[in-house]
Design a protein around this ligand. Structure first.
Ligand code: ARG
Length: 560
């Protein structure tokens, strides 16, 4: 068992079960100075509940703090300060890591529960922008973290493959498009047409009406409109697939907005039956308490993004019976999701309580939002390829004899880009900087990958096998690593609760740093007596680094 859980367990018993274990775990602190112990528990908060001075509570608790993992427990003021039994704790931690390997840190919170995660969800006929990178990598990591926590996860790519923009694109293609050119470079050409549409519509507003008319024809399954739409969609999907392959990302469903085209009537009917629909200037709306009304149908009878999301939510509940349903979508859509959830609530669907908008900040360029319409985008595929070729150069220089350089360069290059995003708390805006993204030192993915490769190389040189593991603390310097390893399960728990992969990114950096410090301070292979214990520690570090990287969507090469 994890030490903090064990500590919380003892406190729980001692307090007569009056304070939740999960709350107790959160109350446990790490003292700033080592001479104050390894863990500390403040009793202030308990004073009110037990109507006793906190010092008194501390003195009572200290009597029952008995576990082989604790060497001694002291009362200092209102604190219980715990000094861990280093040898015993080391044995317990290392034993768990080695026995459980990639399963170390698995949780059971999500057992028998279903979670859908809607992420990436790019828009057809537009380039996969850096903006969509955020949703893709955050969503992918959350899917992995949730799976590790026991959830049955369904990954959904809610493609933006429907809407008035397809009317615009059809108009633009019919006016200025060239079939051959589109076939050559589909996304670039389609983007050009889209940008041109907006430029020209500025002076000829009639174009907007034409676009609406074409979208209406599309919704009515006009064969000419549908054929163009399908073509644009297929070409786009092929381009997106290249990016997902590069990053090793997959989905269980590509049911995008168009999928709900024939499922919206039913939803509109339910709204009618519930007497929720109102007419407003020819459009159909539902009014919501404390929020702007939700637009369900425009005056020309066409549906909207919100209508499709409403149908999608109901469909997903029917198809998957989700307990939790996440939407990994930027901050700009906060109002949209508030309206969606409020509307479902108004319709009487209790399951909407399991829905959550996992919002994130913007990817800025020169402090400004990137916009597809003005053609101001950075193409993700170009960024990934640039990162991969830089990684390849680096490898050729540093390790010319390495086998399969291309594959490792792919792992390191994409790792740099993914980690650069995930190390930031998702709500923060990120300034796009290719230079920062491609740095391989400091707080980066390649730095962690490199630390993992170093651990692997030590194990090879020392002929280590798990069978000859020696589970003891080799030296004082190893202690900080043991404590970090011990903290892995709770880091996963926190990242799950806060939908925040950056906790894991920070964790692997901390572990890699501690390991590199140890590597610099101790000659791991030199001391015959201690070698096996030290390698066992290195082996545990390797397991946890690899698993941490995996949860972020990064590979951990054995050599690089
Ligand atoms: N395609 C949308 C966009 O790029 C994101 C879709 C998010 N998912 C959803 N169910 N609304 O802005």
């Amino acid at each position: 068992m994890n030490i903090k859980s064990e500590f919380a367990e003892i406190l729980f018993e001692a307090l007569g079960g009056k304070v939740d274990k999960s709350k107790l775990i959160l109350m446990i602190e790490h003292p700033k100075f080592a001479n104050l112990g390894d863990l500390a528990f403040p009793c202030f908060e308990l004073a009110k509940l037990f109507r006793k001075p906190p010092q008194k509570i501390a003195h009572e608790l200290v009597q029952v703090m008995k576990t082989p993992l604790f060497e001694k427990v002291e009362v200092v003021g209102s604190y219980l300060n715990v000094f861990l039994h280093k040898e015993k704790v080391t044995q317990s931690v290392i034993e768990q890591v080695i026995a459980q390997k990639g399963h170390y840190g698995n949780l059971s919170i999500g057992t028998n529960k279903v979670m859908t995660i809607d992420y990436s969800s790019p828009n057809i006929a537009k380039p996969f922008s850096m903006g969509h990178l955020r949703s893709t990598v955050i969503g992918n990591s959350l899917a992995l973290i949730s799976e590790k926590s026991g959830f049955n996860v369904l990954r959904i790519n809610h493609l933006g493959d429907w809407g008035t923009q397809f009317g615009k694109l059809i108009v633009a293609y019919k006016l200025w498009g060239d079939e051959e050119e589109v076939k050559q470079q589909p996304i670039k050409e389609l983007l050009k047409l889209y940008v041109r549409f907006h430029e020209e519509a500025h002076n000829s507003p009639q174009l907007e009406d034409d676009a609406r008319a074409w979208f209406k024809r599309l919704e009515n399954a006009d064969s000419g409109a549908v054929a163009l739409w399908e073509w644009f969609r297929d070409e786009s999907l092929q381009e997106f697939a290249k990016i997902y392959d590069l990053m090793g990302i997959h989905f269980d469903s590509y049911n995008g907005e168009a999928f709900y085209n024939d499922k919206m009537d039913k939803v509109v009917k339910i709204l009618e039956e519930l007497d929720l629909l109102q007419e407003s200037e020819g459009a159909q709306i539902v009014s919501l308490e404390g929020l702007p009304p939700c637009l369900i149908k425009k005056s020309d009878g066409t549906t909207l993004y919100a209508t499709r999301d409403l149908a999608a939510a109901i469909y997903r509940q029917e198809a998957y019976q989700f307990d939790q349903s996440l939407y990994v979508v930027g901050n700009e859509q906060t109002l949209h999701f508030k309206q969606l959830f409020a509307l479902l609530d108004k319709m009487g669907y209790k399951w909407q309580q399991g829905m959550k908008h996992v919002a994130f900040g913007m990817m800025l360029k020169d402090g400004k939002k990137m916009s597809t319409r003005k053609g101001k985008v950075v193409l993700l595929e170009e960024v990934l390829n640039e990162a991969i070729s830089l990684a390849l150069e680096d490898i050729k220089q540093k390790n010319p004899n390495l086998g399969d350089k291309e594959e490792i360069a792919r792992q390191v290059g994409t790792g740099a880009v993914i980690f650069h995003d995930l190390k930031n708390f998702r709500q923060n805006d990120i300034e796009f900087s290719l230079e920062d993204m491609l740095k391989f030192e400091g707080e980066t993915g390649p730095y962690v990958q490199y630390s993992h490769a170093r651990a692997s190389s030590l194990l090879r040189k020392g002929n280590f096998t798990a069978k000859n593991a020696a589970i003891h603390i080799p030296d004082e310097a190893a202690w900080s690593i043991i404590m970090i390893l011990n903290g892995f399960p709770e880091t996963i728990n926190k990242s799950l609760e806060e939908y925040d992969p950056s906790q894991i990114a920070k964790y692997v950096i901390e572990l890699a740093r501690a390991f590199n410090k140890y590597y610099g301070a101790v000659r791991i292979l030199d001391d015959v007596d201690l070698k096996q214990q030290r390698l066992t520690l290195v082996y545990a570090v390797k397991i946890v680094l690899k698993e941490g990287l995996r949860l972020l969507g990064l590979k951990a090469p054995e050599e690089m």
